[in-house]
Design a protein around this ligand. Sequence first.
Ligand SMILES: Cc1cc2nc3c(=O)[nH]c(=O)nc-3n(C[C@H](O)[C@H](O)[C@H](O)COP(=O)(O)OP(=O)(O)OC[C@H]3O[C@@H](n4cnc5c(N)ncnc54)[C@H](O)[C@@H]3O)c2cc1C
Length: 395
Amino acid sequence: MDLAFSSEDLAFRDDVRGFLRDHLPAGLARRESQGFHLSRGEVAEWQRCLYARGWVAPNWPQQFGGTGWNAIRKYIFDVECGIANAPEISLIALSMVGPVLCRFGSPELQQRFLDPILRGDLWFCQGFSEPQSGSDLASLRTRAVRDGDDYIVSGQKTWTTAAHMADYMICLCRTDAEVKPQAGLSMLLLPMDAPGVTVRPIATIDHEHTVNEVFLDDVRVSAANLVGEPNSGWQQARFLLGNERTHNAYVGMLKRHLLRIARLIDAAPARGASAVACAQFRRAHALLEIDIDALEWSALRVVAGEQGAALDAAASALKIRGSEYLLRAADLEMEILGREAAARFAPDDVAPLPAGADPLAVGRSTQYLYWRASTIFGGANEIQRSIIWNTLFRA
Ligand SMILES: Cc1cc2nc3c(=O)[nH]c(=O)nc-3n(C[C@H](O)[C@H](O)[C@H](O)COP(=O)(O)OP(=O)(O)OC[C@H]3O[C@@H](n4cnc5c(N)ncnc54)[C@H](O)[C@@H]3O)c2cc1C
């Protein structure tokens, strides 16, 4: 199979590069490149640019506002955005909720939610994980009990990314406790400003606020906000998580790291690194680059559909490798920075750099600490290994 890009795909890549060069705000790209989490307002700025160009939802069917790109073009777009330091735009709404609504939502839900999501007017968080239910998601206990035209939702979600910025939660909850766990789940679009919703930040090692606990105390949600049929939530959740895993090869992000590591190595002698140390850094960079190239070719084989029925296993393998390479890249950055790696700098547009500090060090330790979580979120890597085993080797 020929995995090289066609001349049309290369022209498309040039088009994407030109658009990013001309429209991606420089301040936004710098903040993103430093690895800090952006505010909703900052991300909305970029989403408006993409919306105006019609490029906001590559993964949606075209009739709902998707781009109509084939898998190769989506891949090219994703990688180019990664390299150019374009922020991910309202990821949960656009990459998870939108496709679920396009596939399973009623025409009424599609009418109410899809366009505001495209425009960036509605933000979502993903309310799946609970204190006792992460990997074993089907055991979750948040209940939704029908009461007239509403459901009453009670329970607790945890690790909920961006709950403090979201308008809605896509909430997986138990609507039937009498059947086997997977058969009794439903998906509700739960307004985050409803009485009974409490959001509490979880303090994380990187000192950023991204994840939260969400307490749901008798929250009244209109039954019109149910996605699909009652008790069909497991099927929808699997669809959503499949999208999340395929997305997680991190190739664009890894290429971004490679570029930065090369710059860090160039600056290392001025920071006092010996010639021997610099040679070792270059070797580690080259080895990482080779592995990332191989990952990219594997991702392209998946994108080109070569894996067929084993797509689930391939998506899991990409997630494992991509997240492991992120850790390796972040480790190498810390090693090259040496003593400076220990400093936790604020974004340089918030607090000026201390005298003598290397601008390339800004955000490095914060991102290094955040990437520790990449082997956990989107389904822990041990679970991905089980998926590979079950898909490929179990009769
Ligand atoms: C930064 C971050 C952001 C997140 N954002 C969200 C979000 O927005 N929404 C959301 O719903 N969730 C979110 N999560 C939660 C995430 O999906 C879960 O943390 C993950 O699924 C693991 O579940 P757990 O934390 O309960 O760990 P557990 O399931 O308790 O697992 C603990 C350890 O045991 C291993 N393990 C568990 N079961 C098995 C098994 N059967 N075989 C082998 N090993 C096993 C796991 O791999 C892990 O290493 C986020 C997590 C993090 C860290």
